[in-house]
Design a protein around this ligand. Structure first.
Ligand code: SAH
Length: 351
């Protein structure tokens, strides 16, 4: 049995209620309210006795908002959430013209060790359970009148390193009796866990896969992303092809631009050649898109973004070779909105 109520599927909740001697329609009364962030004891349509019985069988846990920062530049909201064991995670609500997007964390910390990323600095403390991932969507949803349009799994952690919990979360958040987000409105970002990508392909859920590529050669990629020593570029791009075949979805490639490391015009040409070789192979063409992200400076890493002109040259080189690319707008620059920075700051007791 799951360790908290928000992790239960509808059928598991129905089973729990049956075991407590409750009528079968109770699940339909309780499940939607849990997914609005209400504990059984806060629900007005069940008795106090039923609420108490449910909560003593499987506890109600919900994160506490420790900090809520709103960007004065673009309205991005960043939450530092305290979990029941005292650990902290981050969630971000981004307000785009085309809707509200919630960026969720999948682990407390991360063990992937990417050189540019703040989330990995203290390692991975533990995985999040499905309910802890779902609760992030509920917390952010309260700030936008419940109108969450998209979810990106791009917060702290490597989602495919916490596969079972992430998959259960995806099914929970898609449940029409709860938050009801369509799979096509969900993106999952991975550092290149090829086994996980292949497993996910087998689920045939039409979610968008984002691959954090960040380099066009194994030499450079292994230096900035240790995971590449386990699954190299070849194995990851093959897995992406399988994913695209299984789901029909376009793959998006994330490419962080780091001054002096991976963002010369020659790098752009080599990246385009690589993607054309793998994704336009053997008479087949797989839909792809490249997101360019000037690296966000993290104090500990010492890595810097290139200047704006170099970014534009890089993008133009890709486009010239038939690879569509956009430069990711940085949201919430005034609230440390990216990649584990707030959690680190809280851990160190800095302002
Ligand atoms: N573990 C997953 C998802 C979390 S990171 C993954 O690696 O994809 C989400 C994205 O932010 C990834 O593309 C990651 O490489 C990128 N990222 C991490 N730190 C960054 C930084 N300092 N600047 C820019 N992008 C960063």
């Amino acid at each position: 049995m799951e360790k908290q109520l928000l992790s239960l599927s509808f059928d598991e909740l129905a089973e729990l209620l049956r075991s407590l001697g409750e009528p079968s329609y109770r699940a339909a009364q309780i499940f939607p309210q849990l997914h609005r962030g209400l504990s059984p004891s806060q629900m007005t349509n069940i008795s106090a006795a039923t609420a108490a019985a449910v909560e003593s069988a499987v506890p109600w846990e919900f994160p506490e908002v420790r900090e809520r920062l709103v960007s004065s530049v673009d309205g991005t909201v960043k939450y530092l959430l305290g979990l029941s064991d005292g650990n902290c995670i981050e969630t971000v609500l981004m307000r785009y013209r085309h809707g509200n997007t919630v960026c969720v964390s999948s682990q407390v910390g991360c063990r992937m060790g990417c050189a540019f990323c703040a989330s990995t600095i203290g390692g991975r403390l533990r995985d999040l359970c499905p309910g802890e991932i779902l609760a992030q969507v509920i917390v952010a949803g309260r700030d936008c009148g419940g109108r969450v349009d998209n979810i990106v799994m791009m917060g702290i952690g490597e989602p495919l390193d916490n596969y079972d919990n992430v998959l259960k979360f995806l099914r929970l958040v898609n449940d029409p009796r709860g938050v009801n987000i369509g799979y096509r409105h969900i993106s999952l970002s991975t550092c290149g866990h090829a086994d996980g990508i292949l497993r996910l392909a087998g689920e045939k859920l039409p979610i968008t896969l984002s691959l954090s590529l960040h380099a066009h050669s194994d030499e450079v990629r292994s230096r900035i992303m240790p995971v590449n020593r386990k699954w190299n570029i070849d194995s990851v791009l093959r897995a992406c092809r399988t994913y695209s075949e299984a789901t029909g979805r376009r793959i998006s490639f994330e490419y962080t631009l780091i001054d002096g490391r991976n963002c010369s015009a020659a790098d752009a040409a080599a990246l385009a050649d690589l993607l054309n070789r793998y994704m336009r192979a053997g008479g087949r063409s797989y839909p792809i898109h490249v997101n360019l992200i000037p690296v966000n400076e993290v104090r500990e890493s010492g890595l810097r973004p290139p200047d704006r002109r170099a970014v534009e040259v890089f993008r133009a080189e890709l486009e010239k070779r038939g690879v569509r690319a956009t430069v990711r707008r940085t949201l919430g620059p005034d609230i440390a909105a990216s990649c584990g920075q707030l959690r680190r700051r809280a851990a160190e007791g800095r302002d």
